[in-house]
Design a protein around this ligand. Structure first.
Ligand SMILES: [Zn+2]
Length: 447
C-alpha cells in the first residue's frame, strides 16, 4: 500500500483490515513474468506411504519451484520491506512540509473564508488536503502500484484504467475520509476535555460501518462481483459449507484479473453483508483440490468469527491510538503550535500533525499487526485442512502464492513482516496433517 497521508489512518485501517482478512493470492496470465508451477502431480515424497515424512514431503514440494522464480519472488517481497520504511518516511516528510511551510494553516484560512459553518469548513479543508497530498504522494503511488507491479508481472492494467481506479479511490476517500473528519472534528469541538474517548467510539463505529458497506457498495465501484454458478466448483464448496453449519447459499466471484494476476479469496462484510468471494484468477488457475483447500480456509475465518474478533482487536488499538494522540497532540502543539499556526486540537489545520503521529504509531505497530493477522491465518489454515481434507491442494496453493510472497523467510523476518504464514510453513502444516491422516489417501484393502 502506498502511503496515504490523505486517509485518516484509521480509515486506511478499515480498508487494510478488509483487504487482509483473506487467503490467497498469486499470479496468472498476461505478462506471466513469474508464474509459479501448478503442482498438479503430487511429488513422490509426498505420496502416501509407510515412510511418509512431513519434512521430506515439504522439501519435495519446495523443490518444484525453479530457483529463478524463487529469486524473483524474494526480490519482490523483500523490496516490500523497504517500501514500508520509504512509505513511512515519505508520509512524515509530506506532513512536515505541510506544517512547516504553513500550507495547512493556509488551507484552513481558505476554508474559513468559504464558510463559517463548521462541518462544511472541515470538509472543504479535507478536500484541499486530499488534493494536495495525493499530488505530493503520486510519484510514489505510481511507482509502487503501477510500475513496480508491472515490473514483476503482477499487474494487468494499462496506465489509463489504472489512473481511473486511482480517481475512483480518491472519490471514495473524499466521501468516507471527509465524513470521518467532519465527525471527529465535531467531537473535538463539542467535547474539548473528553474528545479522545468519544473520538475512539466514533472511529470504532466508523470501522464497523466501513466493513459493513465494503462488499456491497465499495468493491463494486472497482470490480464486477457476480454469483458463481458453475456447479463443478460451487457444489463441493456449498457441501463443505453445509457440513460446517454455514448458512451460505451463494459463493461470489470477482473479476480481479482486471487489475492483477494474483490469485485470491476473502471473507468480507459484517452481519448480513458477510460473504465469501473467490477471484477469477484462482478459478482459472487453481485445481479443484486447491480451490477447496482455499475455501476451507475462508470458511475457517467465517466459523471462527475472525471479522468480529478483528473488530475487537482493532477497537483496543484505536483506543490506544487516541490515548497516544491526546498526549502527542498536546505536546506537539505546545512546542510548535505557534510556528505552525495551529490554534488547538479542534483546529482543522492540525490534520497533518494527526496523520504524522498516526503514521509513527502505525509504523511501530507493523509487527504486532502482522502477527495478529498471521495467527488468525494459521488458525484458518488448520480449519481449512480439517474441513477440506486437501493437503496437496493446500501445498499447491501455497506455491501459487509464492509468486508474490517469499516462500522461505527466517523466523524473525516472518514475525515482523508476514501477515500470513510463509509458503514453506503452510506446506509443512499441510504435510504434517497428511502424515496423521494417511489412511484417507491410501486405498483400503477390501474387507
Ligand atoms: Zn485468510
Amino acid at each position: 500500500m502506498p502511503p496515504r497521508p490523505g486517509l485518516a489512518a484509521i480509515f486506511s485501517c478499515v480498508i487494510f483490515f478488509c483487504a487482509t482478512l483473506c487467503a490467497t493470492s498469486a499470479v496468472a496470465q498476461p505478462p506471466a513474468a513469474n508464474e509459479m508451477p501448478s503442482v498438479i502431480q503430487v511429488p513422490p515424497e509426498a505420496q502416501p506411504s509407510p515412510h511418509f515424512d512431513a519434512i521430506a514431503a515439504t522439501n519435495a514440494y519446495m523443490a518444484q519451484i525453479p530457483a529463478d522464480k524463487t529469486a524473483r519472488s524474494d526480490a519482490y517481497f523483500e523490496g516490500g520491506y523497504w517500501l514500508i520504511l520509504w512509505d513511512f518516511l515519505y508520509a512524515v516528510a509530506v506532513c512536515l512540509l505541510l506544517l512547516n511551510l504553513r500550507w495547512s494553516a493556509r488551507m484552513r484560512d481558505l476554508s474559513e473564508r468559504v464558510t463559517r459553518f463548521k462541518p462544511v469548513h472541515t470538509f472543504v479543508y479535507f478536500l484541499q488536503y486530499l488534493i494536495l497530498t495525493t499530488i505530493l504522494v503520486f510519484p510514489l503511488t505510481a511507482y509502487e502500484d503501477y510500475f513496480r507491479e508491472h515490473q514483476y508481472g503482477l499487474a494487468t492494467q494499462t496506465f489509463g484504467p489504472w489512473l481511473l481506479d486511482q480517481i475512483k479511490e480518491f472519490a471514495v476517500t473524499l466521501v468516507l475520509g471527509g465524513l470521518l473528519a467532519v465527525l471527529l472534528f465535531g467531537v473535538v469541538r463539542r467535547l474539548p476535555r473528553t474528545w479522545w474517548v468519544w473520538g475512539a467510539v466514533v472511529t470504532i463505529c466508523f470501522l464497523i460501518f466501513g466493513i459493513l458497506i465494503t462488499p456491497v457498495y465499495i468493491v463494486p465501484i472497482f470490480n464486477k462481483v457476480t454469483i458463481l454458478n458453475n456447479p463443478k466448483v460451487v457444489d463441493p464448496i456449498l457441501s463443505m459449507a453445509r457440513a460446517n453449519g454455514i448458512p451460505a447459499k451463494n459463493v461470489y466471484e470477482i473479476d480481479a484479473s482486471k487489475q492483477t494476476t494474483r490469485m485470491s479469496a476473502n471473507v468480507s462484510g459484517f452481519a448480513n453483508t458477510m460473504r465469501i468471494t473467490l477471484n477469477d484468477n484462482l478459478l482459472r488457475r487453481g485445481s479443484p483440490e486447491e480451490i477447496q483447500a482455499v475455501m476451507g480456509h475462508e470458511m475457517g475465518h467465517y466459523v471462527m468469527n475472525h471479522i468480529y474478533k478483528g473488530i475487537l482487536f482493532f477497537s483496543v488499538v484505536i483506543v490506544l491510538a487516541f490515548v497516544y494522540l491526546r498526549w502527542g497532540l498536546d505536546w506537539a502543539i505546545q512546542r510548535w503550535g505557534e510556528k505552525w499556526q495551529i490554534h488547538g486540537v479542534g483546529d482543522t489545520a492540525v490534520l497533518p500533525l494527526v496523520i504524522l503521529l498516526v503514521s509513527i504509531f502505525g509504523f511501530v505497530f507493523t509487527p504486532i499487526n502482522s502477527t495478529y493477522t498471521r495467527v488468525q491465518e494459521y488458525e484458518a489454515d488448520m480449519y481449512g485442512l480439517n474441513t477440506s481434507r486437501q493437503p496437496d491442494g493446500f501445498a499447491q496453493g501455497a506455491i501459487h502464492l509464492g509468486e508474490y510472497r517469499k516462500m522461505n523467510p527466517g523466523p524473525v523476518e516472518e514475525w515482523i513482516f508476514f501477515d500470513h504464514p510463509s509458503g514453506r510453513n503452510r506446506i509443512y502444516s499441510a504435510m504434517r496433517w497428511k502424515a496423521e491422516n494417511l489412511k484417507l489417501f491410501t486405498p483400503q484393502p477390501p474387507q
